[in-house]
Design a protein around this ligand. Structure first.
Ligand SMILES: Nc1ncnc2c1ncn2[C@@H]1O[C@H](COP(=O)(O)OP(=O)(O)OP(=O)(O)O)[C@@H](O)[C@H]1O
Ligand SMILES: [Mg+2]
Length: 281
């Protein structure tokens, strides 16, 4: 009944289905601000007085050894984990610690987990279409005009992620890398302002990595997206990094250009030199 009522009122349907620009306020400061954040799991401090500032449009790489707290930091930003202490702000207006996961996502924070979760039996196009609808039951009842708007947005995202030619094929036939791009596209359908991407190039071919580097650097920009990337592949990080933050034992160990942090003896000791899996480019 409610659905029928809202369909009768076109404007309300549009409000509901087409995400409006994120309400984040970055006029006077950063897009993401973490201050003195700590969280313990059974007495173990996974995040320990963490301070982090991300500017609007920034592309930031986060590196650090296994267990440093990188994924936990993303869990805190997205509302999956509540810190014991500290502050987490999205722009100057939104205190993320007062909001739950869906509320945080709807403010314009999109998160990409490592494993792609696309619907393999659906086409690439349909996957993007589904990502657009806040309430997936409403999708079949869209009006013609609405479908046109969504179609335009889907085509725009398809071009961004480089899957235009494959749009009517099932997502199941995509390569691992293409599935990752599709999932980034699904996040883009919601017009996020901040994208959190955990280990995007794990399992990718060299070519796919290069394409992913272009995609992520292209997404970052003032008034578009800010992009925070956690990645262990140092060759990849070096190819995209502007500012790199090194996490260790739940806090920032070093921060700066790739050259600066990779020549920091403390970073070499805890990460670059110590982990045989890490290729210290
Ligand atoms: N929900 C949880 N309960 C208990 N311990 C947790 C939980 N989440 C994370 N941890 C612990 O917190 C620490 C930080 O883990 P986290 O996954 O954030 O590290 P990471 O930097 O992402 O590591 P990796 O590079 O291996 O992905 C680890 O010791 C982990 O075992
Ligand atoms: Mg992790």
């Amino acid at each position: 009944m409610n659905i029928l009522k809202s369909l009768a009122d076109r404007d309300r349907v549009f409000d509901f289905l087409v995400p409006v620009a994120s309400p984040v306020d970055v006029r006077h400061g950063p897009i993401l601000y973490l201050e003195d954040v700590s969280v313990s799991f059974d007495g173990f401090k996974a995040i320990n007085d963490l301070n982090l500032t991300i500017d609007d449009g920034e592309l930031r790489c986060i590196i650090g050894p296994n267990g440093a707290g990188k994924t936990t930091m993303m869990d805190i930003i997205t509302g999956k984990t509540r810190p014991d202490t500290g502050q987490v702000w999205f722009g100057s207006r939104h205190d993320l610690l007062t909001l739950n996961e869906p509320q945080i996502a709807s403010l314009g924070i999109g998160r990409k987990f490592q494993k792609p979760t696309v619907f393999e039996a659906l086409s690439v196009f349909e996957n993007l279409e589904l990502a657009m609808a806040a309430d997936k039951r409403i999708l079949p009842t869209l009006t013609a005009r609405l479908t046109g708007e969504i179609r335009d947005r889907i085509e725009e995202v398809l071009a961004t992620i480089g899957l235009t030619e494959l749009r009517y094929g099932p997502a199941g036939i995509l390569s691992h890398g293409q599935k990752q791009w599709l999932e980034i596209g699904m996040l883009l359908m919601q017009r996020p302002r901040l994208l959190l991407v955990d280990e995007p190039v794990a399992g990718m071919t060299e070519q796919e990595m290069e394409r992913t580097a272009e995609l992520l650097t292209g997404l970052a920009g003032k008034g578009k997206q800010s992009v925070v990337i956690v990645e262990h592949d140092m060759g990849f990080v070096r190819s995209i990094a502007r500012t790199v933050t090194v996490l260790h034992q739940g806090s920032v160990l070093a921060e700066g250009s790739m050259d600066k942090v990779s020549s920091d003896p403390r970073v070499v000791e805890v990460y670059l030199g110590a982990d045989p899996d890490v290729e210290a480019a």
